[in-house]
Design a protein around this ligand. Structure first.
Ligand SMILES: [Zn+2]
Length: 587
């Protein structure tokens, strides 16, 4: 993609910057190393520039006398990481032969030290002939293949990703203000959505309205790209979300299930993250570093509400909601990084943790597990309120108070720790400051499963893979043996992704990045592993794993006597609060 900018300037020194800290990414994710340019000119003459020696995102120029307009050209690689792996600051792939996700921040510069609310940008875009598009921006004109949009602040422009594609459909989802689902896919058949799924997405809009009681957008556009060439992802905006799923997310049932909470999660962010925003993340521009210590609310509560709304709208069944919680609980329980690093620390370190590979995450880093662990804590808060108020109040009341009326246009209302605690106190008086401080700062090896227990359920590892376990295995294209042998391995290359600390595989010396060649002397396959674990004829004989790593072969002996183990929830005495939480509330 290439861009041409025309910037009003006056004679003298000028510093232009490339957006570095991106909203929703909580990190300095501006893909500078994928950019060619800038190339500057004035009145047709090239202008030299100098990169700032300390901040590589800053470009210094001297504007000559008599120049009122600076021209700048930028180009960005849209397919620099075809395998979906983001290397350093490179941008992940954002275009295919048939669709394009345009994030404006990748193609612009702006004057340094200026509030992005105060800068007005008028944009236009030229798309391949016959491509359709959607964006939260207002289109004002179309000439040939060029679309022009109404002027907006730089903040709004960067908040208004554009989705375009050859195969495209628009689905009104109702709501007031109106919500529309736009889908672009790499093949025309992948656009097909069953009437049942369509009605569930319409219900999602009604359930969110019932949960929050107000909206903070003038209209809302889901921008859903279905492709196997772009890394699955989601990015929230005020009036839209940039949603990326595998090509067959609407056609293949396991993939549909595994992706079911993506749109609910990003939609919740319109309230939690865009409208109400932690003060450390509500920065005035894209160069000021973000402070992420409140991500346990921004992402953790969104993770929880995303699953709740997916269930209330029927995208997930109630058993699938439980399966999802079991998956989270088991994964969190297998992370030993919690022994040295608090949940609070993992949010503060988020800008680094987002860019770590999954290798060694369970042992060392926790990766970005503040999403899931905080979701379990919000469940605990929800059950506490429900139990103590005898079912009269719940986290739904918090959502209405904190994110709800009155209806507004997109705007930011910043908050801090105390605001969260005070609102929880208004819902149900309790020592919420202590509740959260303890849970955020403690060093405790075990995952917080108290909320599940208070809801009447406990984590159990059984020999039955749940529907959601199978769905995520299919979606992630891996074989998840974390709770039996203690590792997961990718479908195709048989490469071990991560190893669970103190698991049989860990004790045997299995390490991430190893390539499995053989099991018990036979060529490795998924089926061989399933069959071997399911029919252990001599369970006390160690399994042998022949692995290749760093050009060396090694035979490792794994002492494991059990069969396959999968996370599930089993019922314990007391009321079933998950049933209450999952119940639809919209009329
Ligand atoms: Zn999120």
């Amino acid at each position: 993609m290439s861009s041409h900018l025309e910037l009003p300037v006056s004679a003298g020194p000028l510093t232009l910057v490339y957006p570095k800290w991106l909203p929703g990414r909580h990190s300095p994710a501006g893909p500078l190393t994928s950019v060619a340019g800038p190339q500057f000119s004035a009145n047709g003459n090239p202008l030299v520039w100098h990169r700032d020696p300390i901040d590589p995102y800053s470009f210094h120029l001297e504007i000559p006398a008599g120049v009122a307009r600076l021209d700048a050209d930028l180009e960005i690689l849209t397919a620099s990481a075809p395998d979906g792996v983001v290397q350093g600051l490179e941008t992940p792939r954002s275009a295919t032969e048939s669709l394009l996700i345009l994030e404006w921040n990748q193609l612009i510069l702006y004057p340094a030290e200026t509030h992005t609310d105060d800068l007005v940008y008028q944009s236009s875009v030229r798309l391949p002939h016959d491509w359709k598009f959607a964006t939260a921006l207002t289109k004002v004109a179309t000439t040939d293949d060029t679309l022009s949009f109404a002027p907006v602040s730089l903040t709004t422009l960067v908040d208004s990703t554009l989705l375009a594609g050859r195969f495209f459909r628009d689905l009104p989802l109702g709501g007031s203000p109106a919500v529309t689902l736009h889908i672009a896919a790499d093949t025309p058949v992948a656009l097909h959505m069953s009437p049942q799924t369509e009605s569930q997405y319409k219900r999602l809009v009604r359930e969110a309205a019932a949960l929050f009681g107000a909206t903070h957008y003038g209209h809302y556009e889901f921008l859903w790209a279905l492709t196997d060439q772009i890394m699955p992802d989601g990015l929230e905006h005020h009036e839209s979300s940039d949603d990326r799923s595998p090509l067959r997310a609407l056609l293949d049932d396991p993939t549909r299930r595994a992706e079911a909470n993506l749109l609910p999660h990003e939609y919740v962010h319109s309230w939690n993250g865009k409208y109400r925003r932690p003060s450390g993340i509500a920065t005035p521009d894209y160069q000021t570093p973000m402070q992420d210590e409140m991500l346990w609310v921004y992402e953790g509560l969104t993770e929880y509400l995303g699953d709740v709304l997916a269930t209330r709208s029927g995208l997930l069944t109630e058993p699938e909601f439980r399966d999802e919680l079991a998956r989270i609980a088991a994964a969190m329980d297998s992370h030993s990084g919690r022994e040295w690093r608090s949940l609070q620390d993992s949010t503060i370190a988020a800008p680094l943790l987002y860019y770590q590979s999954r290798a060694w995450a369970a042992r060392l880093r926790r990766q970005d597990d503040f999403y899931q662990e905080s979701a379990l804590l919000w469940l605990e808060a929800d059950t506490l309120i429900r139990r103590e108020s005898k079912g009269k109040r719940s986290l739904d009341d918090f959502c209405r108070l904190f994110y709800g009326p009155p209806n507004t246009q997109p705007q930011v209302s910043a908050y801090d720790f105390n605001a969260v605690v005070n609102t929880l106190n208004a819902v149900y008086p309790y020592d919420w400051a202590k509740f959260w401080s303890e849970r955020l700062n403690r060093l405790r090896p075990k995952a917080p499963l108290e909320g599940l227990q208070a809801a009447g359920w406990q984590l159990a590892l059984t020999d039955n893979p749940s529907t959601m376990h199978a769905a995520h295995e299919a979606d992630d294209k891996d074989l998840d043996l974390r709770y039996s042998l203690g590792f997961y391995v990718d479908d195709e290359g048989a490469t071990i992704g991560d190893v669970i600390p103190r698991s049989p595989a860990d004790l045997a010396g299995v390490s991430p990045g190893s390539h499995i060649v053989a099991l018990n002397g036979y060529k490795w396959s998924k089926e061989l592993l399933h069959d071997t674990l399911a029919t252990r004829i001599e369970p006390t004989t160690p399994l042998t794993l022949l692995v290749e790593k760093d050009n060396q072969f090694k035979t490792l002996m794994i002492n494991y006597a059990g069969g396959e183990r999968f996370p599930n929830l089993t019922r314990i005495p007391g009321p079933d609060l998950l049933k209450e939480i999952a119940r639809p509330v919209a009329r």
